[in-house]
Design a binder for this molecule. Structure first.
Ligand code: FAD
Length: 475
């Protein structure tokens, strides 16, 4: 038994949903596109699972967060796929792929052939067993990667009211889940090996502000250690966790967020793998010209850094998906993917965004207090390469994004800290360029800081007054 399509997307997550919308906008014909996914539901905005989905009241549920609502675009329900003649094969795992023959074999035994394949298999949550800890299949140990994990966690939260939860991992998933557990009136202890939370991005100063806030909400932090084993009751439910530092923590619920691993296994030995992902060029095309990769599974050239990177963020999944579809359907009109890494998080009343690369020297700015606007710039080799902002307005986030993309020169770090957000505003206001020409400015960084110093000194007082006086608006 077999079917043939012009385009097949393998995986039905964020990137697949955005790719489907782009295909329809570029005129895909009925019956040409197939999406095959292990998940039983149409593509959805995965970030909702650790945020609105876990709220105790009026939690987000499908169909409210199908792609592409996260980008304020159309909501693609199963009906939408039907109306657009897109074959949505759900609840079906692909067991093997033959890149040379251009075929996929599904778990139901069906062979699907393609002219173009887009790999959008994303990633899986790392399991504790991979670090030598047994028993994480217990019913009150939860991971969070897909909808079934989220349903399981939501049920476990309900049965743990006023109880104790241990959150293993201090990254995105750990921080967002801990906040959700607190909102659900569960006592939380966070355990992670690093010196502070969000260690891959946050500076100690940024981390300490969020950690203090979490502490004020009752969260306890145990840092610099890891989980070594679980204790179970006769029903094989976890009752406590043991840590390497000797601590013993009673637990009604354990949430594990210790990282992810891209789903590349179907392609190992068939396509080039780099930095753990499927290596693609600036058109998202892999080492086989008929196969493209997008989202978390793709390692692509980030022009701004002159390096191959694999990113694990929703914005990159959305944009790489659109770019790949454009490259497939209109190759002559599609340029190189010129992507500025962007990620964000929302916990409690906090909301931050980050653009670029958190490397080099750090300069903090603003008022480091809950409810205020503050941030940090990262400066490498004399140029701005990364910007973080908490509590900004939509316009302010837009400004730091544009300024980071311009990679302006910075010579006076002290002054940068004093001027803060005003620096990005000056950079952008003095270099208003059409989208398309931004690339040129990035490749030939402008020595904005030198040129603008006089202006900045004169303008900084006014900028500060304006900045601090502005009412914050959350997006
Ligand atoms: C809980 C949570 C919260 C997040 N919050 C944020 C956030 O706040 N900000 C941010 O920037 N990013 C966030 N992310 C990351 C973001 O969701 C991912 O970067 C994004 O989902 C990647 O999209 P993707 O399409 O590449 O992969 P995914 O969305 O993971 O989709 C992969 C799909 O492929 C399917 N699949 C895999 N293998 C097979 C196979 N062999 N056969 C069939 N189907 C297969 C999977 O079942 C899945 O449907 C979050 C992630 C999670 C899990």
């Amino acid at each position: 038994m077999g079917r043939a399509f012009v385009y097949v997307i393998l995986g039905g997550g964020v990137a697949a949903g955005y790719a489907a919308l782009e295909f329809t906008r570029r005129g895909v014909s009925e019956g040409e596109l197939c999406i095959i996914s292990e998940e039983p539901v149409a593509p959805y905005e995965r970030p909702a699972l650790s945020k609105g989905f876990l709220l105790p009241e009026d939690p987000a549920r499908l169909p409210s967060f199908h792609t592409c609502v996260g980008a304020n675009d159309e909501k693609l329900t199963p009906k939408w796929y039907k109306e657009h003649g897109i074959e949505l094969v759900l609840g079906t795992r692909v067991k093997s792929v033959d890149v040379r023959r251009k075929t996929l074999l599904s778990s139901t035994g069906e062979t699907i052939s393609y002219k173009f394949l887009i790999i959008a298999t994303g990633a899986r949550a790392l399991k504790l067993e991979e670090f030598g800890v047994e028993g994480s299949d217990a019913e009150n140990v939860c991971y969070l990667r897909d909808l079934s994990d989220a349903n399981r966690l939501a049920t476990a939260i309900q049965s743990s009211a006023n109880g104790n939860a241990v959150v293993i991992g201090g990254g995105y998933i750990g921080m967002e889940c801990a906040a959700s557990l607190v909102i659900n009136k569960i006592n939380v202890t966070m355990v992670f090996p690093e010196a502070h939370c969000m260690a891959r991005l946050f500076t100690p100063k940024i981390a300490s502000l969020y950690e203090d806030y979490y502490r004020a909400k009752g969260v306890e932090f145990i840092k610099g250690t890891v989980l070594t084993s679980f204790e179970f009751d006769s029903d094989k439910k976890v009752t406590a966790v043991n840590l390497k530092n000797g601590n013993h923590l009673p637990a009604d619920l354990v949430v594990v967020g210790i990282g992810i691993r891209p789903n590349t296994s179907l392609f190992e030995g068939q396509l080039t793998i780099e930095k753990g992902g499927i290596k693609v060029n600036s058109k998202m095309q892999s080492s086989d010209s008929s196969v493209y990769a997008i989202g978390d599974v793709a390692t692509f050239p980030v022009k701004l850094f002159g390096e191959m990177r694999r990113l694990e963020h929703v914005d990159s999944a959305r944009k790489s998906a659109r770019h790949a579809v454009s490259a497939i359907m209109e190759p002559e009109k599609t340029g190189e993917f010129d992507y500025l890494p962007f990620f964000y998080s929302r916990v409690f009343a906090f909301s931050w965004q980050f653009y670029g690369d958190p490397v080099g020297e750090v300069v903090h700015f603003g008022e480091f207090e809950e409810g205020k606007t503050f941030g940090a710039y990262w400066i490498k080799k004399g140029h701005l390469v990364g910007s973080f902002l908490e509590g900004g307005t939509k316009e302010e986030y837009d400004t730091i994004s544009k300024a980071t993309q311009l990679k302006p020169a910075v010579t006076d770090l002290e002054e940068l800290g004093r001027v803060g957000l005003g620096f990005a505003e000056t950079v952008v206001s003095q270099h208003i360029v059409p989208e398309a020409s931004r690339v040129v400015m990035v490749e030939k960084p402008l020595h904005v800081w030198h040129a603008a110093t006089g202006v900045l000194v004169a303008a900084s007082v006014a900028v500060f007054a304006f900045w601090y006086g502005r009412r914050r608006r959350r997006w």
